[in-house]
Design a protein around this ligand. Sequence first.
Ligand code: GLU
Length: 316
Amino acid sequence: MTDSPDWPNIMQAVHHSAKPHFGSGKVADYIPALACIDPHKFGMTVALGNGEMHCIGDTDEAFSMQSISKIFTLALALQIYGDDLWKRVGREPSGSAFNSIVQLESEKGIPRNPLINAGAIVTTNHLVQHYSENSAHPQGAVGQLLALLQDQAGDKSIAVDEAVALSESETGSRNRSLAHFMSGFGVVQGDIERTLSSYFRQCAVAISCRQLARAALFLAFDGCDPVSGKRVLSSRRCRRINAVMMMSGHYDNSGDFAYRIGLPGKSGVGGGILVVAPGYGTVATWSPGLNEAGTSMVGAIALEELVRKTGWSIFV
Ligand code: GLU
């Protein structure tokens, strides 16, 4: 990559390559509150280590964070529990759908990784248990997640969309099944409904591309925000979160995403994708139409063009 890339030009090229595909893919209608989102929306923000932000499209419109929240709850749980977290959740790719239950029976209720639904429910269960026992944090696990996002993004407006959370709870039979099944193995502990409520609300956080790219910048700089200098995570843990994202960030589409984009990333069924370019910055895209695995179709196309233009890859 050149020392001073022509960012306006790069962002225009990304938009140009994505535009013919606007509206393709299928919006996640299994959560009724998401079914009405306009599939033609598209936004992208690149946040760089020097504080520059480059934006194009619907970059300030809040969308449902969904599974991208799993990265931040993983960061919070690793801060509290350290490597003990890995006793109840693995770190192998699943090769299965995001809400699959099939591996849990043969693997004694221990989910393959923290980025599939079962694994994220276990991570959230750790946070719920910790914060409900800790009166210094009355806002609970979701409050801590919001505080992390708001502090890192420098934007207090990031909030839970309660209508989306309710919609997901009302249609959340698969996630309830996962949680109860894991509880039968002692992997999910304590109050299951409380954990599920926290999980549904974390998924329902509404965030824009600009806010998301900025909030995640510490992941590209060894756990330390390069603009504020604030350390969020140790460099060792940050690298490990990026490794898990690289292998498992897109469910059974993770191999294809690594092949095409070559950077750690996490997708959500709200149509967002967060990508980390270590040493350079972060990218957040949003376009609601999903492929079969639940990754934004247009977002992935736009990211392919971005890495082509910038040369960003962890394989350089
Ligand atoms: N809230 C979604 C669910 O649990 C998350 C799935 C996703 O974004 O991939 O079904």
